[in-house]
Every structure is written in structure tokens, then in C-alpha cells.
Ligand binder design. Sequence first.
Ligand code: ADP
Ligand code: MG
Length: 726
Amino acid sequence: MSGNRQDLVIGSFEKKALEAPASGRPASEIFGELVFDRRKMPRYLDPSTLSALLDCIDNGKPLDRKTADAVASGMKEWALEHGVTHITHWFQPLTDGTAEKHDALIDYDGEGGVIEKFDGSSLIQQEPDASSFPNGGIRATFEARGYTAWDPTSPVFIQEDTLCIPTVFVSYTGEALDYKTPLKRSINAVCDAAVPICKLFDPAVSKVYSYLGWEQEYFLVDEDLYASRPDLMSTGRTLMGHLSSKAQQLDDHYFGAIPMRVAAFMRDVEEAALRLGIPLKTRHNEVAPNQFEMAPIYGEANLANDQNQMIMNLMGNIARRHGFVVLLHEKPFEGINGSGKHNNWSLGTDTGVQLMAPGKDAKGNLQFIVFLVNVLAAVQKHNALLKASIASASNAHRLGAAEAPPAIVSAFLGKTMTQVLRKLLELPSGTPVEIAGKKGRKIGLVEIPEIFIDNTDRNRTSPFAFTGNRFEFRAVGSSANCGGALTALNSAVAEQLLDFKALLDKELASGKAFEVAVMDTLKPIIASVIDVVCFDGNGYSEEWKKEAARRGLDTEDCVPEMIKAYTSESSVKLFERTGVFSLKELEARNEVKWETYSKKIQIESLVMARMVINHIVPVAFDYKTRLLKELALSKEVFGNLDSCAAECELIGELSSLIEDIRQKVERMQLDRRETKACPDAYSKALAYSRIAENIRALRKLVDRLEEITDNRLWPLPKYRELLFIS
Ligand code: ADP
Ligand code: MG
């Protein structure tokens, strides 16, 4: 590694020349250009194929082989017009990111040449080897084969020269091996549970959609600086690095002007995203230096999640063209804000009603309250599971670190809605309730004011906040697949809606008027959540930890322990009842989670040890040697060390730091070796959570060393260089 960091920084200035301006074509023209969407289908599919395909997309009707062939042939025609030469099934295994296996679109023509070939069977199904992907032991008991199967609800798209077909990934025996399969099951579960309730309000409702609007936070670092940080390259975060003197104290980055190079990068990402039908809407600086965010207009959850996976990939590729590397890690820099991915989530009917927003009239408002309260109840009952759904080795750095979500899942409602719910509780039983609409009709006893939507106050410390027409699940990590969190959330809400409907049916059967029956069913639920899961205070405070424990919320903050919530009795019941996961799938996925956790920390520990021994300690020795030489010289010249107190002190501190570091590295190596004896994935992950603590302790020593060592000798780019793009 070169010791000359100044060169690297200058390199980044020169990169400005590489800025490639986006084409400047209007968004309306390029939107969806590379997607085989509904607008294009009629041009490439005959009417009967088109209607069979739409029936499959909208109503889940299976496609027969003949229709699949006709669809594939239409897609091929469109793809060839765009210079496509390969196809791939594009899926989301339980690793980071997406997987692809490209096949050329060719076959022998029988006359010694080749033809472009793409038929229904290669559209519908492929057979990647499941043993190459995390499967949590499902492979050991069954066949290694895995299948990818086309998900017609997410349109195929073109990336470079390849036609990408979004697919689910399942084992030979049908167990989910990916994020998409359970997400789709949970979307169906919540739809099936919500529709019968909606029908009571409006018989015309036949479908309920889950919506997702993700806000993707990320850091950018200069490519050259990144290349000289083995920790960033191997683990996605800095394992060492003293906080720069200017970090985020001034809050001057948030919503500040976007640096030119970054703006050029964003424009390119936006253009590429629009062409892929991703409606990117918002871009801005985030709190930390070099931290940014982008968010699209929300959409149907399965598609929106696919688009988030696409964009994470896209950002990485486009950043390279601008001399950047994108960091999607939740905590790339210690002492600086981490990155999350707020999952804005809501439900809506096929009649255009937003179920998480106040309605147009009293009835609509009552429906809104029904859904709002049931979501709160679901979050309360399954708060430990929801936390498990966002837990990972990298997100652990955010959780409970007093800068992002606390390691306790509670819900923030805001003043207005809290008041509305409390007022409802005070009503004598049997009182007919009309909740006034936005227009301020005053017939009812409880009123939702007109200004309601804009009135929701913000509580940034809440992991799950109501924001007027949706909930923001804020605890999700920036590198996560949103599918994990949304699957848990949708399933929990589905189960709660089933329970609610059963209770409501009983009330209705007793002959009560509809509004009275609804209120009588709702009130005990409101009473059970309002002072338990609902929390409007400071989620980062120490008092909240105690209070939350008293309220019976889960306060576990160790990731391997959190993961266990997936197989708790209530979770297993939830997932089996909603048909989202079998016990076998849950157990297999926990194995994968624990294994992934252990591997990530194992890599961090290996990289840390190597950096410390090969880069850091030698530099400390060099510096110490130089100081010792100075002392010898002083002695020679002055005959004593009277004026060398500073050097002596430094040498003392260097020596003791070096010794402490050496011991900690040794301890870490021994601990790592000991993990080999752990009997299962869970205990191994627990052992690694202790190693993670050691890494943190070791880091403190190295950071102190950085602080006292001659800047000219330090072998790694420092935070002040990594964090400020010019
Ligand atoms: P903020 O940073 O203030 O939370 P943003 O505008 O950055 O808000 O992002 C809000 C996200 O929420 C966007 O993706 C937006 O489309 C999405 N959103 C808005 N309304 C809904 C809704 N009803 N359901 C789901 N997502 C929504
Ligand atoms: Mg938000």
C-alpha cells in the first residue's frame, strides 16, 4: 500500500473530467423504455395471448404452455429490437443482492447455423443449483436442485444485453429459498384477510394491495481511496479510523447543495432508473457528509422491492463510471450517522381507497381507524419478530446506537391520532360513532381535523411511525432486501385482521348495528395497544428501555438472540396460519441468518487482524523507532533527556498501545478458533457476537494510535479524506 495519500486525493479531482451528462431526454419519453410492460404488450402479443397473460398477472390464473410460448415469442421480438443476446432468470437468494445466470438466446437451426431461440419453457422455469446458495440445510435433506419460476406480476426488463426475468427461487420440494416467494405469499395473505373486512364497507372491493415506498440511503466514497482501504473493500465498512475534526457537527450537509460530481452520478442513476420503469422522485443529501438518499414514488410492494434491488445494483455500476464506490452498509463510518432504508408501507383497495389514510366520509374514517388499530395490534403482538426481520450483523451497528432505530419496536402515532383513539375509548359503549371527515363534518363525536395529513408530527427516534397516510418502518437497514421486513409485517397484519374479523362477526351476529359492532370490537384492542406499543417519546433514552421492558416489549439487543423470534411459538403459529412459512422454512432461514451473521463477523475479524499486524503495528514501530532515535540524539547532544518529556510520554503510550493491540489480536484469533467447537449455527453466531465486541475494543486502540501517530506515516486514507467529496 502506498503511503502517499495525497496522490490519491488529487486523483479524485481529476475524475471530474469523466462526468458523463445524462441524455437530457424527458422523463415521460424514457420511462419504462427497457421494461416489457402493459403499454408494450399489445404490440407484441395477439389479443388472446394478451388477455390470458393479463388474467395471469391480475388474477393469478395459470398460463398454459401454448400461451407461455406465445408470450415468450412476443418478448423475444421486443428484446431483439433492443439488441438483447442473452436471457437470465433474475432472483433474490438469501445472500446480499440478486443472482443471475445468463444463457445466450441461441439454438442450432438444424442446418449448421444458429437461430435466436426463446420459448415458453425457458421463460417459465430454470434450474440453478440450489447448493450454491444459502438454503439452511434444506439441501441436505432433499435434492440439491432449486427452481426459479417466472413471477409474471413483475415485468421483465433489459439490463445491457440481457433480458432479465424476475423469478421466485424455490427448492425441489417447494420451500422458499429467496426473499420474493414469502413476500408474495404475505402479500396474498394480507389481501385475503383484508378484503372481507373492506367488503363490509364497500362490497365492490375485491383486492387489497400492499404498497411500498423505500427511501434508500447510501454513502459515496472516492474509488481510489476505497481501493486503499482493505476493510472497505472486504467488509463494506471502515474497521478503523479516527473521527475527523469536522464530521457532522454543523449539520451542514443535510439538504445542502449536492456536489457536482455527485449530482452527475445521480442524474445518470435517475435516467437509468426511469428507463427501467423505476419512478425515482426524490434525491437529497443526508445528515452525514457524503451520505445521500433517493426515493421513488411508492408502488405495489413486490414490484417496488424488485425495483429497490435493481437500483442497488444500478447505483453500484454507475458509481464506478463517476469514480465513486457506493457504500450500502448500514454503518460504514463509526461516529457518523448510519444508513437505513425507510419502508413506507400501506394498504389500499382496488377501488382506490387508501386504508392507512383518513377517509372521505364518516364510513371511510371508520374503516381507516379499523386498519390503523389493527396494524398497531399486529406490531405489538409481533414486535420481537419485526425486530428480528431487520436484524443483521451490519444493521446491528445502527440498532440502539442512539442515532437510528432503537432496539425496541414501538409505534409512533402523533398527537392527533393518539387523541382520536383516546376519545374513542372514552365513548360509552353502544354509542353510535361517526368520525367526522376531512371536510370537518361535525356530526360525529370524534373529529379528524381537515389539516390532518400535514399535521402529523415527526418523531425520528421511532422505528415504526405513522405519517398521515402510511407507516414508515424505519428500522430496515440500507443493505437489506425489503422483502424480509415486509413479509413479517404483512403476515402479522394479516393474522390480526383475521382475528379482528372473527370478533367482529360475533358482534354482528348479536344483532348490533354495523358501526356499533365495529366500535365494540375495536375498543378493547385500542385499550390494549394505546399504552403499550404506542410510544411518542424519545426512543433513544435509557428510561425507554426500562419502560418498554415493563410494558412487555422485547428489548433484546443481541442479533443472534433476536433472530430466534422467528421460531417462537407465536411466530410459527402466525406463519403457518397465514401460509407464509412452514416450520421447516423458518428453521432453515434462521440457520442461514446465523451463518451469514457469523461469516460477516469472521471476515471482519480476519481483515482487522491482518490490517493491524501488516499495516498499523509496523507504522507504530517506525514512529517509535524515530522517537527513540531522537532521544538518543538528544542525549548525545545535551547529555541528558531533560527536554524530552513529550517524546518519552509518546513512546510510553505507543508501547502500551502496541502491546494492548497485540494481545487483543491474539485473543481474537483464539476466540475465532474456539468457534469451531460450537455445536450449531446459533451458538456459533453468539460466539461471533462476542468477537464483534472485541473488534470494537480493538478498534478503539487503533484509533487512538492514529490520533498520536505522525500523519505522514499513517498508511490508510483517513476519515477526513474519505468523507468529503469535492
Ligand atoms: P420523507 O423523507 O419525508 O419520509 P420521502 O418523500 O423521502 O419522505 O419518501 C417518502 C416515501 O413514501 C416515498 O417513496 C413516497 O412515495 C412514499 N409514500 C407516500 N405515500 C405512501 C403510501 N400511502 N404508501 C406507501 N408509501 C408511500
Ligand atoms: Mg421517510
